[in-house]
Design a protein around this ligand. Sequence first.
Ligand code: 5GP
Length: 225
Amino acid sequence: MIKEKKSGQLIIISGTTCAGKGTIVKELVKRNEHLKVSISYTSREKRENEIDGKDYYFISSEEFEKKIANDEFLEYAKVQYGKYYGTPKKEVKELLEQGYDVILEIDVQGAKQIKELFPETILIFILAPSMEEVKRRIKERGMENNEQIIKRFQVAYQEINEINKYNYVVVNDILEDAVKKIEAILISEKCRVDRIEEIAVENEEEIIHEFLMDKDFENKAFKIE
Ligand code: 5GP
């Protein structure tokens, strides 16, 4: 009876450093066939454990700037250490048209740009349970020097100040709970009245509807078979 809009929903997942958004996104995509994650382009160096074309498309700053000039990004920003990060327009558009819900795992600057272009985007912010826990996770990763860690903290505090631009906030204390919360958000978003394209009425229901709307209703006999 209810026909939902065919095109998928755009979902932004941002979060403070070490909030675990990458793990959450991987889990969401593994469990939900209708979800796809957009692979961004970046001009930052590939890390040892990363795969080109899976984690990011790694390109040079010059190649990135060419893509900017060709209008190939839905959004882009210089996120860390002056490196570019951007969401490809074509891939995201195709996935949405195929009916997939598409997750963009992007920063606050990118989220703002997307929200302006597509106001119906669902914006979710992931928080680590505490900054103490963030410190512990950074040390555990052991990848960065002191200066880089301080920079990460600065960005994290700036991003927390922007939480009011988001629709939902999820604390990632226990991974399973965080994933379930996001799944619940996505299910309820699907039930929003503005996601309905059409309410189709079957033949018999239409007759009943017409009868009930009739001004002369009181004086008519009506039988529901
Ligand atoms: P990392 O270098 O640690 O993989 O990512 C650093 C930050 O860049 C993360 O906060 C991530 O959300 C953000 N990011 C990744 N891809 C994009 C993108 O396409 N656009 C924007 N604006 N930010 C991105």
